[in-house]
Structure formats: C-alpha cells, structure tokens
Design a protein around this ligand. Structure first.
Ligand code: AMX
Length: 435
C-alpha cells in the first residue's frame, strides 16, 4: 500500500476517536486559564491537539512517540549514511509507522516528480531586491506557488467535502516539502553565489540533492538530512507550527498557511535565533578576542554585556523546555564526531559551559539551557555555509515537514476554524478584584 492509501486508512480509523471525544466528553475540563497566561502569550495553556510530535519539558521532543536517537535508529538510512533519508522521516511523521525500504523508495520516486518548481516561482523571487532577507524570498516563493494549490482548485470548483478535503491538502503538502529545498537552494545561489544555479540531481534523495544544489560535498549530505529532520516539528504551539495551523484552519490552502508560518519563523525569538547566535559569536570574537584566545572569563563578560544592554542571549531559553534541548545534544554529538577541533565548535562549547550559570544568576529566564539554535550554525559554518542570514531558511525547509504533516491531519480530522476568545483589561481587573 502506498503512502496516501496508508494515510487514508489511518485517518479513517482515527476519526471516530476525535468525534467520540467531542460528542461524549466535550465538556471534560483539561485546563484552566490564569490572568498571567492570558497576558503572557497563552503559555502552557492546553488548547491544541497534535499527534505528530509531543514536547516534554524535561525530556524534549518525541516524534510519533520516539525520541531523537530512537527516531534516527529506527528509520531506514540513506545508502552509506548514518542518517535516515528525509523521505523516510516524512512517511513516519505522516503515518506513525516506520516505513520499509520499498515504502521509502516509493516516496523518493514520487518526490522526483513533485520537486519540479514552476519557473514563475524563480522569476518572482528574482524580482526582489538582492538584499532582501532570504526568509522574505522563501516566503514570497511559497506564496507565489499558491497558484498551483490543488486544495484551492478543489475549493474553487465547489468540490470541498469535509471527509475527503484532506487528500488535496496532502497533495499540496507533498508538493511543498518536495519543492522547498529546491527553492531554498535557488535562493542561496541567487543571493550568495552570483546566481550560479545548479540543476537537481534526480538520482539523489532530498537531503543529498540539497547538498548537491548548494555545491557541497558528500559530508554535507548527512548534515542536511540531520538538520531537516531535527528542525521538523516541536509539537504545535510554537509560532511557525501554530501559525500554519491557524491560517489553514480558515481553509486557506497549505501555501498561504506555510508562507504565514515562515513569516513567524523569521522572528528572532523563534527561528531567526540561529542567525542571531552566529552573529553574537562572531561579534564576540571581533570585540573580545582580537589579541587573545577566548576564555570563560571573556565569555562571561560578553554575556553580561548583552544582558545588561537589555538583549536576550540567543540560543538559550525555551518556552516549554526546562533542560538542554535534545536537538542541541544531537547536533553537539555530530560535532564531537565530525568536527571536534573546529574553533567555533570549541567556542560554542565554552559558551555552553558558562551561559547557563550567567542566565541563572541573571534570574529571569525559566530555562537557562541551550536550545536547538545554539548549536546549528556552527555545523553550517564548518562546512562553508557561512552566510548566516540563510540559516533560518534551512530551519524553514525542515519545519515544512512538521507543519505540512500537521495540517494534513488537521483536515483529515476536520478540525474547526481556530478562534480563541478575547477579553478586555477591565474584565481582567474585575476578575482580579474578585480573586
Ligand atoms: N536571555 C535573556 N533573557 C531571557 C532569555 C535569554 N536567552 N530567555 C528568557 N529570558 C527572559 C525573558 O525575556 C523574560 O524576561 P522579561 O520577564 O523581562 O520579559 C524572562 O526571561 C522570562 O522568560 P521565560 O518565561 O523564561 O521565556 P519565554 O517563554 O517568555 O520565552 C524564548 C522563550 C525562547 C523566547 C526566550 O527564552 C528567548 O528569548 N530566548 C532567546 C532567543 C532564542 O534562542 N529563541 C529560540 C527558541 C527556540 C526556537 O524557537 N527556535
């Protein structure tokens, strides 16, 4: 059975569970809301459902019930590689099942057809000023491609059906995940390589082809596979996943929805933190280490300078996590294996030794530990992808996997338009007075 048929069976088997919960247990309370949460970004309020991944504050992310090491161990690997193909991970995210090699091969073949990006998308991106941020370029590219949405076409033809609409969301989702690395590589070459474009190699899996298209060697193939998988999903309350879900809940098609998600990912408190980390680290070297090697004392001074100027330490802290992010650890282990002597890796490791203590002493953040973004730029830098304003685009390629798997299931289970209720400040004051 192919991926779509498997998914169809899974969605149809799952649907009665959701229907029963709403019909029979709809009034059961699972949370209550405080004034602090209402003003403070809805933090921790249980009000979203996803089965694609779950984020435990202590343990970190589980994709479909599996930790990062379990996920990497379970999925079929790319030939000669330590890492699974992105295609096998896509199958797993969508269905919750570890695919056989034959099932992975089917996705690989399908993506070869889907990955052809229409020329007008490239033409549209080319009209932007070259100094536009690459995230703006990516967002424009995805929005431009909305013209091709199969979900929008179905809706426009008056054929929207609540039970089967997910099938055209799935079609768009697959097109987006297959095409987005090609668009990202195009942007990279356009912005930083004098528009010297490299054609798709149809023999390669998604990660390997991305490496090829940005003119990287074999070693980077696993970097791309690992990077896209690690950045894919972090349950559905984070800004990019939540925005994508929210926008799609209005039945905006997956292109509109993911462009919106990317626009959220572009924020410095979210996906752009990986760019900020490199920026911070390079500026630290320039300012504090002109005539000397970095030391813990110098790092401590620089961290306090940043905090005292009212800025955050990028790559540290998290809205949900209360421990070192396992995505950080996974990338750190990659560095320890493949680039242990890299000076930037050594510096980032030294920051890891110092920053949690400084942030604890500073006393504001609930989580002084590093998140995914503290480690990801180092790897890119090591392999020569030094244009750090591009790093969030890499995040965006990976995040497409989670966001697209999520909205395919959203539609499959017929989730409603999202519409939380607002209150006014006088109302809060009135409730506050009553205690
Ligand atoms: N440096 C300095 N101060 C920090 C901090 C950091 N890394 N992390 C949190 N704080 C501060 C907050 O700004 C807040 O200060 P305030 O009371 O003056 O407003 C206080 O600590 C409490 O914040 P919190 O409850 O611990 O965090 P949060 O849930 O409000 O925010 C996050 C989470 C990630 C936005 C925050 O930790 C942060 O700004 N980190 C740096 C940016 C970053 O790395 N973002 C990437 C996160 C992962 C991702 O999405 N890719």
């Amino acid at each position: 059975m192919g991926l779509k048929e498997t998914l169809k069976q899974k969605i149809e088997e799952f649907r009665p569970r959701t229907t029963r919960l709403v019909k029979e247990f709809g009034k059961v309370k699972i949370d209550e809301v405080t004034i602090e949460q209402c003003i403070g970004g809805a933090r921790d309020i249980r009000s979203l459902v996803t089965d694609i991944s779950y984020l435990d504050p202590q343990e970190g992310i589980r994709f479909r019930g599996k930790t990062i090491p379990e996920t990497f161990a379970a999925l079929p690997k790319a030939p000669g590689s330590d890492y699974p193909t992105v295609e096998s991970f896509w199958y797993f995210l969508l269905t919750g099942e570890v695919p056989t090699q034959a099932q992975v091969d089917e996705v690989l073949t399908e993506w070869k057809v889907r990955q052809e990006v229409p020329q007008y998308v490239f033409d549209t991106i080319r009209t932007l000023p070259r100094d536009s941020h690459p995230m703006a370029m990516l967002s424009v590219g995805i929005t431009a491609m909305q013209r091709d949405s199969k979900f929008a076409a179905l809706y426009n033809a008056g054929k929207f059906n609540k039970l089967s609409a997910w099938e055209s969301v799935y079609e768009d989702a697959c097109d987006i995940v297959a095409r987005i690395p090609v668009i990202a590589a195009f942007i990279y070459n356009l912005k930083y390589k004098g528009d010297k474009q490299i054609a798709i190699d149809p023999a390669l899996d998604m990660g390997a082809n991305f490496a090829h298209m940005i003119d990287q060697g074999d070693a980077y193939k696993d970097v791309a596979r690992m990077y896209f998988i690690l950045h894919s999903d972090h349950e559905s309350g984070n800004v990019s996943a939540h925005t994508t879900h929210l926008v799609h809940s209005a039945l905006s098609d997956p292109y509109y929805a993911y462009a919106a998600g990317l626009n959220g990912l572009a924020g410095p408190l979210h996906g752009r933190a990986n760019q900020e980390v490199l920026d911070w680290t390079i500026k630290f070297q320039e300012k504090y280490c002109k005539d000397q090697e970095p030391t813990k004392e110098l790092i401590t001074r620089a961290l306090w300078d940043t905090l005292n100027s009212g800025q955050v330490i990028p790559g540290y802290g998290h809205a949900v996590l209360r421990k070192t992010d396992p995505r950080y650890i996974s990338q750190r282990e990659f560095c320890q294996k493949h680039l242990p002597e890299d000076p930037l890796f050594k510096l980032v490791s030294m920051i890891f030794e110092v920053a949690p203590g400084v942030l604890t002493e500073h006393g504001k953040t609930k989580n002084p530990w590093p998140n995914v973004d503290a480690q990801s730029g180092v790897i890119q830098w090591h392999y020569g992808v030094k244009e750090w304003d591009f790093y969030t685009v890499l995040f965006g390629v990976g995040r497409a996997l989670g966001c697209m798997a999520n909205i395919t299931w959203d539609r499959g289970l017929g989730y409603a338009i999202e519409r939380p209720k607002s209150v006014t400040t006088p109302m809060l004051e009135e409730w506050a007075a009553k205690g």
